[in-house]
Design a binder for this molecule. Structure first.
Ligand SMILES: *Cc1c(COP(=O)(O)O)cnc(C)c1O
Length: 389
């Protein structure tokens, strides 16, 4: 999971340099002389784009505004439908609602991500885009999803908030769609406290995101900020220099974080696989998860409940499933769906397969700090709790 575990001297040094080298905290743009021509947000974007081998990266204020900016850039609004999945963080659906479009939600399959068959059944003449979410670091079936999107002429936005560093065919998630969006909030794999990123290879879509995230500014190199040209309006979703300074230090740690998290997750999975009656979520043969969390499910809800009680007694926690389900599963979203043209009345029973699967699932948080003896101790504790159940 978490970049917050390895926040330390590198991030602190980067922050202090803002005061010693560039005279304090400024906008991401302008004040060229005063700041000694040091631009941290711009540098962070360049490094991010390089790391992901894409042409463009736009830093924004959060993973939520990253999603919002991409939908705006695609000109999606009232009358349009955007398809995502019933198991995601609320933000994915909130972004669709915020532009006035209608969210349509698919079932998940045993990858705990968008089910391509259900996607196909939900596409209408109003569908404009799909947002597959790589939940808890596990890559979605990108080949199939992209194929369907291409066939139907739909845009693809990968919500990669939880899957930075995960790969499919040895290529980073977030680079398969028209856009990849990332969250850099405190709970994610690398963190800037709050923050987000949008990546794309399409120069026109990049330009639209750039403009929307900063009041319509076109960043025209011919003129100064005050005289900047514009053809549309936007809002302020800029990233702050402080966050970018931390982000660059964290980005350098990404490989290490993913490597350790993956190793710990795989180690625990191997040990738990001796227990009968539990099945691990599907990770596609061409994919590598980022070790964010370890998902497994039981044959029945009753078995799962017993395991949870036993884990709780042993002082062991879970990650989102089941502890924060109401923020992650659409069956609990009356507050968003009470006026929904399709789901207003049905949301509780709409996603039968996903509901049944999630009710017998446990997600374990994976920490980097679990090393050597600590990892063994933790795993033993888990093993005995699950065997007792
Ligand atoms: C965290 C998250 C977001 C939102 O990111 P913020 O930076 O917290 O706004 C969006 N989608 C998913 C799947 C997330 O987990």
């Amino acid at each position: 999971m978490p970049g917050y575990e390895v926040i330390g001297e590198e991030e602190k040094t980067a922050l202090l340099e803002i005061f010693s080298k560039s005279n304090g905290v400024m906008f991401a743009h302008g004040f060229d002389e005063k700041r000694n021509r040091i631009y941290r947000v711009r540098d962070f974007e360049k490094q991010f784009a390089q790391k992901f081998k894409v042409n463009h990266a736009q830093a924004v204020s959060s993973g939520t505004t990253a999603l919002l900016a991409t939908l705006k850039a695609l000109n999606i609004g009232p009358g349009d439908e955007v398809i995502t999945q019933c198991f995601t963080f609320v933000a994915t659906v909130e972004a669709i609602l915020a532009v006035g479009a209608t969210p349509i939600l698919t079932e998940i399959d045993k990858t705990f991500n968008m089910d391509p068959h259900d996607l196909r059944s939900k596409i209408t003449s109003k569908t404009k885009a799909i947002i597959p979410v790589h939940m808890a670091g596990n890559p979605a079936r990108m080949n199939e999803l992209n194929k369907i999107a291409k066939e139907k002429g739909l845009f693809v936005i990968e919500d990669t908030a939880q899957a930075i560093g995960a790969t499919y065919d040895n290529q980073f998630m977030g680079t398969f769609g028209d856009f990849g969006t990332f969250s850099l909030d405190f709970g994610k794999t690398i963190t800037t406290g709050e923050g987000g990123m949008v990546i794309t290879n399409n120069p026109d879509l990049y330009k639209a995101v750039l403009e929307y995230h900063d009041h319509g500014h076109e960043y025209n190199p011919e003129v100064g900020r005050a005289d900047d040209t514009r053809s549309t309006w936007g809002l302020n979703y800029r990233m702050c220099e402080l966050n970018a300074a931390v982000g660059m230090a964290q980005l350098k740690k990404l490989d290490l974080i993913v490597e350790k998290s993956r190793r710990n997750s795989q180690y625990i999975q191997k040990k738990l696989s001796t227990i009968s009656g539990i099945t691990f979520r599907t990770i596609l043969p061409e994919a590598q998860d980022n070790g964010d969390a370890l998902y497994f499910y039981f044959d029945s809800e009753a078995d799962c409940s017993r395991a949870l009680i036993s884990m709780k007694t042993a002082g062991l926690g879970t990650k989102n499933v089941p502890d924060a389900m109401k923020w992650h599963f659409a069956g609990d979203w009356e507050h968003m769906f009470h006026h929904h043209p399709k789901y207003a009345k049905t949301y509780k029973n709409e996603w039968e397969f996903s509901t049944k699967l999630l009710k017998r699932t446990i997600a374990l948080p994976i920490l980097m700090a679990w090393d050597g003896a600590v990892l063994d101790q933790h795993t033993e504790k888990l093993l005995s709790a699950l065997k007792l159940a």
